[in-house]
Design a protein around this ligand. Structure first.
Ligand code: CAA
Length: 391
C-alpha cells in the first residue's frame, strides 16, 4: 500500500489508502474499462446520454457516495469520492460529469440543508441512483456573477410561483429532480436568493433543447424555463435569503470533484502519450527516445502528481470539517489547467493521428476545456483564492 504524507499547514496529512479506498479504486477502474471504454467514442460522436452506465453506477453506490447509509447512500468520505471520480473521468469525462453533479451538487445539498421530509422524498432515490438530479444556478446574464440572477419566486399562500430562465443546466434533460436558486426578494443582492427543489413534470417547468457542445457531448446540458411554475412551500431548501450561501457551499465541495475529473483526464492523456511514445518510430527510433518528447512527458507526470496532492488535501480538509474553500479552488484551478495542457500535449505527441477522431485523444482536448469553465471558471477560482489570501 502506498503511504503518502504531505504537509498541510500545521498538519501532516497521511494519504495511505484504506483497504476500502483501494477496493473502490479497483471497482471504479474495472467499471470504467468494462462499461465505459467500449462505447466512449460513439457516445461522444452521437451526443448520446450514458443511460445504462449511470444506472449501473447507481447500483454500485457511486451516485450518492458521500450520503450517509441511513439515507441510502454509500457513506464514504470525500477522499474516497475523488479516488472513484479520477477513475471514471480517466475513461469518460461526460459520465463523470453526470456523476459529479448528482453526488456533490445535488445529494450533498440535501445532506447539508434538506429537511427530514425532503431527504425522505428526494435524497433516498438520488443517493441510490434510481433518480437523477440537476443543479440550476446560472442564467443567460449571470454566469460567474452568480448572484445577479432574475428568476423570481413569488410567495402565494403556501406556494411559490416561479418565473424565469436557467441555462447551462447539466443533467437538465435526463434528471428527475432539479435544485433551483431564485430571487425571493428583488434588490436585496445575494441576500434575496432562496434555494428550492422542483420535480420534473411540474406544470410550468419546460425543458429546452439539448445543447450541442464542444466536449462532454454525451452528458446533457439545456435551458430550463419556468412559467408560473407553482411549487409548495415545503419545496424550499433552507430559509428565504439563505440560497446563495447554500449554492456556494455546494460549489465549494463540487469543485474538488471537478478537480478530480480533470486529474483523471490528465492521467488518461499521460497514459496514451507514454504508450504512443514507446510505439511510434520516426528517424529510426521511438519518439520516446527524443528529449523533446521526454520533457513533455516529465512535466505532464509532475503536474499530475501535484494536482493529485492538491485534490487529496482539499478532500481531506473537507472530511475533517476544516475550512477547505481556498484549497478546493486551488485544486480546481491547478488540476483543470493541468488537464488542458496534458490533453493538448497528448494530441501534439500523437501528431496527425492525434487530430483524428478514431484515436480518441482529440476528445480529451475537447473535454478538458470544460473543467476550466464549469463550477466556476479559472478566473473565479483565482478570485476566491486571492480574496482568502488578502482578507
Ligand atoms: N461558502 C459559503 N459562503 C460563501 C462562499 C462559500 N464558498 N462564498 C461566498 N460565500 C458567502 C460570503 O461569505 C458572503 O456572505 P457574508 O456577506 O455573510 O460574508 C456571501 O456569500 C456573498 O459572497 P461574495 O460577496 O463573495 O459574493 P460575490 O457576488 O462577490 O460572488 C463568487 C462570489 C465567488 C464570485 C461567486 O459568485 C461564484 O462562485 N461565482 C461562480 C459561480 C459558479 O461557480 N457557477 C457555476 C455554475 S454551476 C455549474 O457549473 C454546475 C454544473 O452544471 C456542472
Amino acid at each position: 500500500r502506498r503511504s503518502i504524507r504531505i504537509n498541510c499547514g500545521k498538519n501532516m496529512i497521511d494519504f495511505t489508502l484504506t483497504s476500502d479506498q483501494e477496493l473502490i479504486q479497483q471497482t471504479a477502474r474495472e467499471f470504467a474499462r468494462e462499461h465505459l471504454a467500449p462505447g466512449v467514442i460513439e457516445r461522444d460522436d452521437k451526443a448520446e446520454f450514458p443511460n445504462e452506465q449511470i444506472k449501473l453506477l447507481g447500483e454500485l453506490g457511486f451516485m450518492g457516495m458521500m450520503v450517509p447509509e441511513e439515507w441510502d447512500g454509500s457513506g464514504f468520505d470525500t477522499v474516497t469520492y475523488v479516488i472513484a471520480m479520477e477513475e471514471i473521468a480517466a475513461v469518460e469525462l461526460a459520465t463523470s460529469t453526470v456523476m459529479s453533479v448528482n453526488n456533490s451538487l445535488v445529494c450533498q445539498l440535501f445532506v447539508d440543508y434538506g429537511t427530514e421530509k425532503q431527504k425522505e422524498k428526494y435524497l433516498r432515490s438520488l443517493a441510490s441512483g434510481t433518480k437523477l438530479g440537476a443543479y440550476s444556478l446560472s442564467e443567460p446574464q449571470s454566469g460567474s456573477d452568480a448572484s445577479n440572477m432574475r428568476t423570481f419566486a413569488q410567495k402565494d399562500g403556501d406556494h411559490y410561483v416561479i418565473n424565469g430562465t436557467k441555462n447551462w443546466v447539466t443533467n437538465g434533460i435526463n434528471s428527475d429532480i432539479v435544485t433551483l436558486f431564485c430571487l425571493t426578494e428583488k434588490g436585496a443582492g445575494y441576500k434575496g436568493i432562496t434555494a428550492f427543489v422542483v420535480e420534473k413534470g411540474t406544470p410550468g417547468l419546460s425543458v429546452g433543447k439539448k445543447e450541442d457542445k464542444l466536449g462532454i457531448r454525451a452528458s446533457d446540458t439545456c435551458e430550463l424555463y419556468f412559467e408560473n411554475c407553482r411549487i409548495p412551500v415545503e419545496n424550499r431548501i433552507g430559509e428565504e435569503g439563505q440560497g446563495f450561501k447554500i449554492a456556494m457551499k455546494a460549489l465549494g465541495g463540487g469543485r474538488i470533484g471537478i478537480a478530480a475529473q480533470a486529474l483523471g483526464l490528465a492521467r488518461a492523456a499521460l497514459d496514451a502519450s507514454i504508450t504512443y511514445a514507446k510505439e511510434r518510430k520516426q528517424f529510426g527510433k521511438t519518439i520516446g527516445e527524443f528529449g523533446a518528447i521526454q520533457n513533455i512527458l516529465a512535466n505532464m507526470a509532475t503536474e499530475i502528481d501535484a494536482a493529485r496532492f492538491l485534490i487529496w488535501r482539499a478532500a481531506k480538509l473537507k472530511d475533517e470539517g476544516k475550512n477547505y474553500i481556498r484549497e478546493s479552488s486551488m485544486a480546481k484551478l491547478f488540476a483543470s489547467s493541468t488537464a488542458m495542457k496534458a490533453a493538448t500535449d497528448c494530441v501534439q505527441i500523437h501528431g496527425g493521428y492525434g487530430y483524428m477522431q478514431e484515436y480518441g485523444v482529440e476528445r480529451l482536448m475537447r473535454d478538458a476545456k470544460i473543467t476550466q469553465i464549469y463550477e466556476g471558471t479559472s478566473e473565479i477560482q483565482q478570485l476566491v483564492i486571492a480574496r482568502d489570501l488578502l482578507q
